[in-house]
Design a protein around this ligand. Structure first.
Ligand SMILES: Cc1ncc(C[n+]2csc(CCOP(=O)(O)OP(=O)(O)O)c2C)c(N)n1
Ligand SMILES: [Mg+2]
Length: 301
């Protein structure tokens, strides 16, 4: 980070304190830099394509689908300090859907938690960055491979932070597949019972569940959360303005937990991947990657 004139007096304690404060993103932001956030989302997609490239198959489509949400969260809404991942007053981003890991690794790298040089190890034996999240990576709050636990964990964190008198908030991503889990609805009831207005669920309704459409009748998702006592909005999860506007309305303290139902498109940003069937664990020949990366740049660059 560049601190300009402050750097000249690096031994000066007050300068160092100011520099430290400056390294903490001033979130939630009051001004929405939509073009800047879209550029962040493109960077996340670039990083994900680079991570998945040459691996034959992987969870790339979900990552591309949720990139706009993660850009809005990490570069507009979330309060954190990447130099101090365990900062007690940080907002928590909980990625419940562990196989979306490619997306959070990209975001953590863009936010300064991870070095770019580590990203190519994604999914390789012995890597710190497996295809489903472990919590030994700085910035990852929970282990996410077993689906359906993130919302309950987030309710617990939200209650704990309230008891501690902290103003920190929890943002919990869950998938539409996780709406099939009874534990998710137990958490929804608990969150409302315990007035967790410091919790925002980000529900990624990408329409797929493994290699087919969502099978159990989960709609209408937004109405269900409303009936469970949550302040709820539904947005196009690939529309930055809609995401940022909804997040702004979720800052209200009204004793109710919050939910944003995001309709996303798997593979968003790369038309060939958006059209591909069986998008859950997408098969991509090694010979295809260069063309797909070129497509991402052509469509968004
Ligand atoms: C508790 C649990 N049950 C089953 C699985 C196996 N599983 C892995 S991914 C997946 C699909 C879940 O759908 P969704 O989370 O919407 O994922 P998407 O297909 O959109 O990536 C399932 C059932 C699991 N990881 N955890
Ligand atoms: Mg899904």
């Amino acid at each position: 980070m560049v601190f300009g004139p402050l750097q000249r007096s690096s031994n000066d304690v007050s300068a160092r304190i100011i520099a430290r404060v400056m390294s903490i993103p001033n979130h939630p932001a009051s001004f929405a830099d939509i073009p800047g956030l879209r550029a962040r989302a493109l960077n996340l997609r670039r990083k994900m394509m680079a991570m998945a490239s040459g691996k034959g198959e992987g969870y790339i489509a979900q990552g591309l689908g949720i990139a706009d949400c993660l850009a809005a969260i990490y570069f507009h809404e979330l309060r954190y300090d990447s130099a101090n991942p365990k900062w007690a007053d940080r907002d928590r981003f909980v990625l419940s859907t562990g196989h979306y890991s490619i997306a959070i690794y990209a975001a953590l790298c863009e936010a300064g938690y991870l070095e770019e040089s580590e990203l190519p190890t994604y999914g390789l034996n012995g890597s710190r960055l497996p295809m489903s999240t472990f919590d030994d990576v700085p910035g990852i709050e929970v282990v996410g491979g077993s689906l359906g636990h993130g919302l309950g964990q987030s309710v617990g964190m939200a209650m704990g932070l309230k008891l501690d008198g902290s103003s920190a908030r929890i943002f919990c991503e869950i998938s539409d597949g996780e709406l099939d889990e009874g534990s998710t609805w137990e958490a929804a009831m608990a969150g409302a019972t315990f007035n967790c207005d410091n919790l925002v669920a980000l529900i990624d309704c990408n329409g797929i569940q493994a290699d087919g459409p969502v099978t159990v009748k989960i709609e209408p998702v937004a109405d269900k959360f409303v009936s469970f006592g949550w302040t709820t909005e539904e947005v196009n999860g690939n529309d930055m303005t809609q995401l940022v506007d909804a997040l702004a309305r979720m800052r209200v303290k009204d004793s109710k937990p919050k939910a944003i139902v995001m309709r996303t498109t798997p593979g968003f940003g790369v038309p060939t991947l958006m059209k591909r069937e069986r998008a859950h664990f997408v098969r991509v020949d090694n010979s295809e990657w260069a063309a797909l990366i070129a497509e991402l740049e052509r469509e968004n660059g």
